[in-house]
Design a protein. Structure first.
Length: 319
Protein backbone atom coordinates (compact mmCIF):
# COMPACT_ATOMS: atom_id res chain seq x y z
CA UNK A 1 0.00 0.00 0.00
CA UNK A 2 1.16 3.52 -0.72
CA UNK A 3 1.59 6.32 1.78
CA UNK A 4 -1.62 8.02 0.67
CA UNK A 5 -3.63 4.82 1.19
CA UNK A 6 -2.04 4.25 4.62
CA UNK A 7 -2.98 7.76 5.70
CA UNK A 8 -6.58 7.09 4.70
CA UNK A 9 -6.57 3.86 6.73
CA UNK A 10 -5.22 5.73 9.79
CA UNK A 11 -8.02 8.29 9.48
CA UNK A 12 -10.60 5.49 9.18
CA UNK A 13 -9.33 3.75 12.33
CA UNK A 14 -9.41 6.98 14.31
CA UNK A 15 -12.93 7.86 13.17
CA UNK A 16 -14.52 4.42 13.66
CA UNK A 17 -12.66 3.02 16.69
CA UNK A 18 -11.50 6.17 18.47
CA UNK A 19 -7.87 5.07 18.36
CA UNK A 20 -5.12 7.57 18.86
CA UNK A 21 -2.90 8.55 15.96
CA UNK A 22 0.13 6.82 17.47
CA UNK A 23 -1.88 3.61 18.09
CA UNK A 24 -3.27 3.57 14.52
CA UNK A 25 0.17 4.23 13.03
CA UNK A 26 1.66 1.43 15.12
CA UNK A 27 -0.96 -1.05 13.90
CA UNK A 28 -0.32 -0.14 10.27
CA UNK A 29 3.49 0.06 10.69
CA UNK A 30 3.71 3.63 9.51
CA UNK A 31 5.84 6.35 11.09
CA UNK A 32 3.90 9.07 12.89
CA UNK A 33 6.04 11.74 11.21
CA UNK A 34 5.12 10.33 7.79
CA UNK A 35 1.45 10.40 8.68
CA UNK A 36 1.63 14.00 9.90
CA UNK A 37 3.82 15.28 7.07
CA UNK A 38 2.26 17.80 4.68
CA UNK A 39 4.13 19.00 1.62
CA UNK A 40 5.01 22.70 1.56
CA UNK A 41 5.98 22.96 -2.10
CA UNK A 42 3.59 24.67 -4.49
CA UNK A 43 2.81 23.44 -7.98
CA UNK A 44 0.95 26.62 -8.98
CA UNK A 45 3.66 27.83 -11.37
CA UNK A 46 4.03 24.44 -13.04
CA UNK A 47 0.25 24.09 -13.29
CA UNK A 48 -0.03 27.48 -15.03
CA UNK A 49 2.64 26.56 -17.56
CA UNK A 50 1.01 23.19 -18.28
CA UNK A 51 -2.42 24.77 -18.73
CA UNK A 52 -0.95 27.38 -21.06
CA UNK A 53 0.84 24.75 -23.18
CA UNK A 54 -2.22 22.47 -23.16
CA UNK A 55 -4.35 25.30 -24.54
CA UNK A 56 -1.86 25.79 -27.37
CA UNK A 57 -1.56 22.04 -28.04
CA UNK A 58 -4.79 20.43 -26.78
CA UNK A 59 -4.04 17.00 -28.27
CA UNK A 60 -0.51 16.63 -26.89
CA UNK A 61 0.08 14.34 -23.91
CA UNK A 62 2.16 15.04 -20.83
CA UNK A 63 5.35 13.59 -22.33
CA UNK A 64 5.40 16.06 -25.23
CA UNK A 65 4.44 18.91 -22.88
CA UNK A 66 7.36 17.82 -20.67
CA UNK A 67 9.70 18.24 -23.66
CA UNK A 68 8.33 21.74 -24.24
CA UNK A 69 8.87 22.60 -20.56
CA UNK A 70 12.51 21.51 -20.84
CA UNK A 71 12.83 23.71 -23.92
CA UNK A 72 11.57 26.68 -21.90
CA UNK A 73 14.13 26.04 -19.18
CA UNK A 74 11.74 24.48 -16.65
CA UNK A 75 13.50 21.25 -15.68
CA UNK A 76 11.02 19.13 -13.71
CA UNK A 77 10.83 15.38 -13.12
CA UNK A 78 8.43 13.71 -15.55
CA UNK A 79 6.56 12.03 -12.68
CA UNK A 80 5.79 15.39 -11.12
CA UNK A 81 4.64 16.70 -14.50
CA UNK A 82 2.32 13.71 -14.85
CA UNK A 83 0.87 14.23 -11.35
CA UNK A 84 0.16 17.94 -11.91
CA UNK A 85 -1.06 17.15 -15.43
CA UNK A 86 -3.69 14.77 -14.04
CA UNK A 87 -4.67 17.04 -11.14
CA UNK A 88 -5.30 19.89 -13.60
CA UNK A 89 -7.65 17.67 -15.61
CA UNK A 90 -5.58 17.91 -18.80
CA UNK A 91 -5.56 14.21 -19.60
CA UNK A 92 -6.26 13.53 -23.27
CA UNK A 93 -9.20 11.18 -23.57
CA UNK A 94 -8.79 8.47 -26.14
CA UNK A 95 -11.43 6.01 -27.18
CA UNK A 96 -10.38 2.48 -26.33
CA UNK A 97 -10.50 0.20 -29.36
CA UNK A 98 -10.79 -3.53 -29.46
CA UNK A 99 -7.98 -4.88 -31.58
CA UNK A 100 -7.79 -8.29 -33.17
CA UNK A 101 -4.30 -9.73 -32.77
CA UNK A 102 -2.93 -11.28 -35.95
CA UNK A 103 0.53 -12.63 -36.62
CA UNK A 104 1.96 -11.07 -39.75
CA UNK A 105 5.21 -11.44 -41.60
CA UNK A 106 7.97 -9.17 -40.23
CA UNK A 107 8.86 -6.14 -42.34
CA UNK A 108 12.52 -5.41 -43.05
CA UNK A 109 14.05 -2.83 -40.72
CA UNK A 110 14.68 0.57 -42.31
CA UNK A 111 18.20 1.93 -41.91
CA UNK A 112 18.33 5.02 -44.14
CA UNK A 113 16.26 7.81 -45.58
CA UNK A 114 14.53 7.32 -48.94
CA UNK A 115 14.28 3.57 -48.43
CA UNK A 116 10.50 3.75 -48.15
CA UNK A 117 7.92 6.47 -48.59
CA UNK A 118 4.33 6.12 -47.44
CA UNK A 119 1.48 7.73 -49.35
CA UNK A 120 -2.23 8.02 -48.67
CA UNK A 121 -5.22 10.40 -48.89
CA UNK A 122 -7.12 12.15 -46.08
CA UNK A 123 -10.51 13.75 -46.63
CA UNK A 124 -12.23 16.72 -44.97
CA UNK A 125 -14.80 19.45 -45.75
CA UNK A 126 -14.73 23.26 -45.71
CA UNK A 127 -17.20 25.54 -43.92
CA UNK A 128 -19.32 25.65 -47.09
CA UNK A 129 -19.53 21.87 -47.29
CA UNK A 130 -17.00 21.48 -50.10
CA UNK A 131 -15.02 18.26 -49.93
CA UNK A 132 -11.23 18.57 -49.93
CA UNK A 133 -8.56 15.89 -50.12
CA UNK A 134 -5.05 15.93 -48.66
CA UNK A 135 -2.28 13.83 -50.18
CA UNK A 136 0.10 12.87 -47.36
CA UNK A 137 3.60 11.68 -48.22
CA UNK A 138 6.11 10.81 -45.49
CA UNK A 139 9.51 9.14 -45.18
CA UNK A 140 9.08 5.97 -43.12
CA UNK A 141 12.60 6.17 -41.63
CA UNK A 142 13.06 9.84 -40.70
CA UNK A 143 9.26 10.35 -40.25
CA UNK A 144 9.52 13.62 -42.17
CA UNK A 145 6.38 14.86 -43.88
CA UNK A 146 7.52 15.41 -47.44
CA UNK A 147 4.35 16.95 -48.87
CA UNK A 148 0.76 17.78 -47.91
CA UNK A 149 -0.89 19.21 -51.04
CA UNK A 150 -4.59 20.04 -50.70
CA UNK A 151 -7.16 20.06 -53.49
CA UNK A 152 -10.71 19.01 -54.30
CA UNK A 153 -9.50 15.99 -56.30
CA UNK A 154 -6.27 14.28 -57.32
CA UNK A 155 -5.71 12.59 -60.65
CA UNK A 156 -2.79 10.23 -61.07
CA UNK A 157 -0.88 12.81 -63.12
CA UNK A 158 -1.24 15.33 -60.30
CA UNK A 159 0.12 12.74 -57.86
CA UNK A 160 3.18 12.06 -60.01
CA UNK A 161 3.75 15.80 -60.45
CA UNK A 162 3.91 16.21 -56.66
CA UNK A 163 6.29 13.24 -56.39
CA UNK A 164 8.52 14.68 -59.13
CA UNK A 165 8.80 17.89 -57.12
CA UNK A 166 9.94 15.98 -54.03
CA UNK A 167 12.37 13.81 -56.02
CA UNK A 168 13.97 16.90 -57.56
CA UNK A 169 14.92 18.03 -54.04
CA UNK A 170 15.34 14.81 -52.09
CA UNK A 171 16.11 12.00 -54.51
CA UNK A 172 14.39 8.85 -55.77
CA UNK A 173 12.97 6.49 -53.11
CA UNK A 174 13.56 2.76 -53.28
CA UNK A 175 9.96 1.84 -52.35
CA UNK A 176 6.59 3.57 -52.20
CA UNK A 177 3.96 1.97 -49.97
CA UNK A 178 0.33 2.93 -50.63
CA UNK A 179 -3.21 1.55 -50.79
CA UNK A 180 -5.23 0.40 -53.79
CA UNK A 181 -6.95 3.67 -54.72
CA UNK A 182 -7.66 4.39 -58.40
CA UNK A 183 -5.07 7.19 -58.46
CA UNK A 184 -2.36 4.79 -57.23
CA UNK A 185 -3.23 1.81 -59.44
CA UNK A 186 -3.66 3.60 -62.78
CA UNK A 187 -1.54 2.77 -65.80
CA UNK A 188 0.08 6.18 -65.70
CA UNK A 189 1.21 5.78 -62.07
CA UNK A 190 2.46 2.23 -62.60
CA UNK A 191 4.41 3.32 -65.70
CA UNK A 192 5.83 6.28 -63.80
CA UNK A 193 7.18 4.01 -61.04
CA UNK A 194 8.54 1.52 -63.55
CA UNK A 195 10.36 4.24 -65.47
CA UNK A 196 12.09 5.47 -62.30
CA UNK A 197 12.79 1.95 -61.00
CA UNK A 198 10.71 2.49 -57.86
CA UNK A 199 9.32 -0.62 -56.19
CA UNK A 200 5.61 -0.21 -55.54
CA UNK A 201 4.11 -1.95 -52.49
CA UNK A 202 0.29 -1.96 -52.35
CA UNK A 203 -1.39 -2.81 -49.05
CA UNK A 204 -3.79 -5.72 -49.07
CA UNK A 205 -7.47 -4.67 -49.15
CA UNK A 206 -8.83 -4.26 -45.64
CA UNK A 207 -5.37 -4.19 -44.03
CA UNK A 208 -4.35 -0.54 -43.51
CA UNK A 209 -1.90 -1.60 -40.80
CA UNK A 210 0.48 -2.75 -43.52
CA UNK A 211 1.14 0.96 -43.99
CA UNK A 212 0.96 1.61 -40.28
CA UNK A 213 3.51 4.44 -40.02
CA UNK A 214 1.64 6.60 -42.49
CA UNK A 215 -1.71 5.68 -40.94
CA UNK A 216 -0.30 6.87 -37.61
CA UNK A 217 0.81 10.11 -39.27
CA UNK A 218 -2.65 10.57 -40.77
CA UNK A 219 -4.12 10.12 -37.30
CA UNK A 220 -1.93 12.92 -35.94
CA UNK A 221 -2.84 15.10 -38.94
CA UNK A 222 -6.55 14.65 -38.33
CA UNK A 223 -6.32 14.93 -34.55
CA UNK A 224 -4.00 17.94 -34.30
CA UNK A 225 -4.93 19.87 -37.45
CA UNK A 226 -8.12 18.85 -39.27
CA UNK A 227 -10.33 18.31 -36.22
CA UNK A 228 -9.29 21.56 -34.51
CA UNK A 229 -9.23 23.85 -37.58
CA UNK A 230 -12.03 25.69 -39.38
CA UNK A 231 -11.44 25.91 -43.12
CA UNK A 232 -13.34 28.76 -44.72
CA UNK A 233 -12.31 27.69 -48.22
CA UNK A 234 -9.73 25.69 -50.13
CA UNK A 235 -7.07 28.41 -49.87
CA UNK A 236 -7.43 28.66 -46.09
CA UNK A 237 -7.09 24.87 -45.85
CA UNK A 238 -3.85 24.97 -47.85
CA UNK A 239 -2.46 27.71 -45.63
CA UNK A 240 -3.32 26.05 -42.29
CA UNK A 241 -2.29 22.54 -43.33
CA UNK A 242 0.98 23.89 -44.72
CA UNK A 243 1.68 25.64 -41.40
CA UNK A 244 0.99 22.39 -39.53
CA UNK A 245 3.39 20.53 -41.84
CA UNK A 246 6.20 22.93 -40.94
CA UNK A 247 5.36 22.59 -37.25
CA UNK A 248 5.36 18.78 -37.51
CA UNK A 249 8.77 18.67 -39.19
CA UNK A 250 10.53 21.39 -37.19
CA UNK A 251 8.84 21.72 -33.77
CA UNK A 252 6.78 18.66 -32.81
CA UNK A 253 8.71 16.05 -30.76
CA UNK A 254 8.24 12.53 -32.15
CA UNK A 255 8.07 9.70 -29.59
CA UNK A 256 9.45 7.11 -32.05
CA UNK A 257 12.55 9.30 -32.60
CA UNK A 258 13.42 9.73 -28.93
CA UNK A 259 11.33 12.92 -28.79
CA UNK A 260 13.40 14.62 -31.46
CA UNK A 261 11.70 16.45 -34.27
CA UNK A 262 11.87 14.68 -37.66
CA UNK A 263 14.15 17.41 -38.99
CA UNK A 264 16.55 17.08 -36.04
CA UNK A 265 16.61 13.29 -36.43
CA UNK A 266 17.34 13.58 -40.16
CA UNK A 267 20.18 16.03 -39.51
CA UNK A 268 21.71 13.79 -36.83
CA UNK A 269 21.42 10.76 -39.10
CA UNK A 270 23.16 12.64 -41.91
CA UNK A 271 25.94 13.76 -39.58
CA UNK A 272 26.60 10.16 -38.50
CA UNK A 273 26.17 8.53 -41.94
CA UNK A 274 29.59 8.39 -43.60
CA UNK A 275 31.89 5.85 -45.08
CA UNK A 276 34.58 4.23 -42.87
CA UNK A 277 37.20 6.56 -44.34
CA UNK A 278 35.22 9.59 -43.12
CA UNK A 279 33.97 10.77 -46.52
CA UNK A 280 30.29 11.59 -47.03
CA UNK A 281 28.09 9.00 -48.68
CA UNK A 282 27.41 9.63 -52.39
CA UNK A 283 24.00 10.85 -53.50
CA UNK A 284 21.88 8.13 -55.08
CA UNK A 285 19.71 10.54 -57.02
CA UNK A 286 19.57 9.98 -60.75
CA UNK A 287 21.88 12.22 -62.73
CA UNK A 288 24.03 13.32 -59.78
CA UNK A 289 26.11 10.36 -58.55
CA UNK A 290 28.76 12.58 -56.94
CA UNK A 291 26.47 14.85 -54.90
CA UNK A 292 25.99 14.82 -51.14
CA UNK A 293 23.05 13.60 -49.12
CA UNK A 294 22.74 16.92 -47.31
CA UNK A 295 20.53 18.32 -50.07
CA UNK A 296 18.43 15.14 -49.98
CA UNK A 297 17.71 15.16 -46.25
CA UNK A 298 17.67 18.64 -44.76
CA UNK A 299 15.72 20.85 -47.19
CA UNK A 300 12.22 19.70 -46.30
CA UNK A 301 11.35 23.37 -45.97
CA UNK A 302 12.53 23.93 -49.54
CA UNK A 303 10.26 21.16 -50.82
CA UNK A 304 7.33 22.64 -48.93
CA UNK A 305 8.15 26.06 -50.37
CA UNK A 306 8.16 24.66 -53.89
CA UNK A 307 4.77 23.03 -53.35
CA UNK A 308 3.39 26.22 -51.81
CA UNK A 309 4.52 28.18 -54.89
CA UNK A 310 2.74 25.61 -57.04
CA UNK A 311 -0.44 26.04 -54.97
CA UNK A 312 -0.19 29.83 -55.22
CA UNK A 313 0.06 29.55 -58.99
CA UNK A 314 -3.05 27.38 -59.06
CA UNK A 315 -4.88 29.87 -56.85
CA UNK A 316 -4.05 32.75 -59.19
CA UNK A 317 -5.18 30.69 -62.17
CA UNK A 318 -8.45 29.87 -60.39
CA UNK A 319 -9.07 33.55 -59.61
Amino acid sequence: MGLVSLREEVSWLRENFGASQQRACGLLAIAVSSCRYRSRRSDAGLREQLVELARLKPRWGYRRLHVLLDGRGTHVNHKRVFRVYREAGLTVRRKARKRLVREGSPRPALTAANQEWGMDFVQDVTARGRTIRVLSIADAFTRECLALPVDTSFASRRVTRVLDGIIAVRGVPQTIRCDNGPELTSRHFLAWCLERQIQLQHSEPGKPTQNGRLESFNGRLREECLNVSWFENLFAARRKIGAWQREYNEERPHSALGYLTPQEFAQQWYASSSWPDGSAQPDRRQGNPAGSLRSALTPVRLGAKTLCQENEGEEKAAL
